[in-house]
Design a protein around this ligand. Structure first.
Ligand code: NAP
Length: 348
């Protein structure tokens, strides 16, 4: 058994992009799989709960902190193999994977540039942007089973990937992701599915062009972490884009027309989703429900650059953040009858 360096009473706010919330009663850094296993065994022996912290970009820490063991995932091995295979530990910064792939001209991740998380977090909510999702290029996910403390390799079909969804998200207490294997396309074509991206690069854009453009687009919306940009002190998109039935989408369109929120029905953004459903744009719903960009409630506000990001401007609390999120959710429900779901995970 490795000697575990368990620390006590560690501040979690600086380890999250929102910079909110309290302290962890116990805390350990896991730099390899054996420490990960030992840490979970220690928590079980002590009878305390445990939770994984990645790079803290999609996590809300309660003001009272966490009364168990926080395992800071730091497994950082990464290998780019011939033929487009990448093996990356769960603690590898996601940008390292994307940058390494694009610089080798391996296609499949270029649209996922600028996402501030860890690699292990990407299969959990099937991270996606600009028409690409990690599930399209995941070859396998190496997980630790929490019940047996043994490792398994899961194939994509076992991961039940969906829109920003997976088995790991639906059953959070079952597995811990320790590594991900990606199968990319050496010299493959980049993905240009979204018009916002198509308009900004030519049809013959290289992967590097696409990556640069995505970074620019995201930066303009404060969706790239930047200490000089106060709008980037957020957890990215705070709500998921709702996927609804065609009838529900029609109802939203009717409401928007009746309330004079749009000139024509086509002005309501909506996109085909799987099973005949329709994806609505959460940011649009929020703004049309009367919460404009830049709206503030004390230390918390809607980003001035993106209606979907809730920003902590300093000196706030998680209670304030969640209260404002509830207010936004209620406004959208009252106006459109649509329930917004929170995207970042609340640590409990
Ligand atoms: P946007 O351009 O304001 O568009 C609003 C939403 O419409 C997007 O979220 C996107 O859904 C959807 N959309 C736009 N064009 C589409 C198309 N051609 N087909 C299907 N759906 C389309 O979006 P944005 O907020 O600036 O984000 C741009 C991209 O970056 C999106 O893909 C978004 O998911 C991603 N992003 C993610 C995060 C995060 O924290 N998870 C943060 C920033 C940006 P989808 O979200 O389903 O793509």
């Amino acid at each position: 058994m490795t000697t575990l360096d368990i620390q006590r009473d560690v501040a979690l706010a600086p380890l999250t992009t929102l910079e909110l919330g309290g302290r962890a009663k116990h805390f350990v850094r896991a730099e390899d799989e054996s420490v990960l296993v030992d840490a979970l065994r220690w928590a079980a022996d002590q009878g305390v709960s445990s939770a994984i912290l990645g790079r803290g970009s999609n996590l809300i820490v309660p003001d009272e902190g966490y009364d168990g063991l926080i395992v800071h995932m730091r497994i950082a091995d990464i290998e780019f193999r011939n033929g487009g295979t990448v093996d990356a530990g769960a603690g590898v910064p996601w940008e390292t994977v994307v940058d390494g792939a694009v610089s080798r001209e391996w296609a499949g991740l270029e649209c996922l540039s600028g996402i501030p998380g860890s690699t292990g977090a990407t299969p959990i909510q099937n991270v996606g942007a600009y028409g690409q999702e990690v599930a399209e290029v995941i070859d396998s996910v190496r997980v630790l089973r929490r019940d047996t403390l043994t490792f398994e390799e899961l194939a994509p079909r076992d991961c039940a990937f969906g829109y920003r969804d997976s088995l790991f998200k639906r059953e959070p207490d079952r597995f811990i992701v320790s590594a991900v294997r990606f199968a990319l396309r050496p010299n493959g074509l980049g993905t240009l599915r979204y018009s916002e991206l198509q308009k900004s690069v030519g049809a013959d854009a290289t992967l590097a062009d696409i990556r640069r453009t995505v970074l620019d687009l995201r930066r303009r919306k404060s969706m790239v972490l930047d200490p000089d940009d106060p709008n980037s002190r957020s957890a990215g998109s705070f709500f998921l884009n709702p996927v609804v039935t065609a009838a529900e989408a029609d109802r939203v369109v009717e409401q928007a027309v009746i309330d004079n929120l749009v000139a024509t029905r086509d002005d309501v953004p909506r996109y085909p989703a799987s099973d005949g459903k329709v994806k609505l744009a959460a940011g649009w719903l929020i703004e049309k429900a009367g919460i404009e960009k830049g709206t503030r409630r004390g230390a918390i506000g809607v980003s001035t650059n993106h209606a979907l990001a809730l920003v902590h401007y300093g000196g706030g609390t998680t209670v304030d953040l969640l209260a404002f999120a509830d207010e936004i959710r209620a406004r959208v429900r009252d106006r459109f009858g649509i329930r917004l779901e929170r995207e970042p995970r609340l640590l409990r």
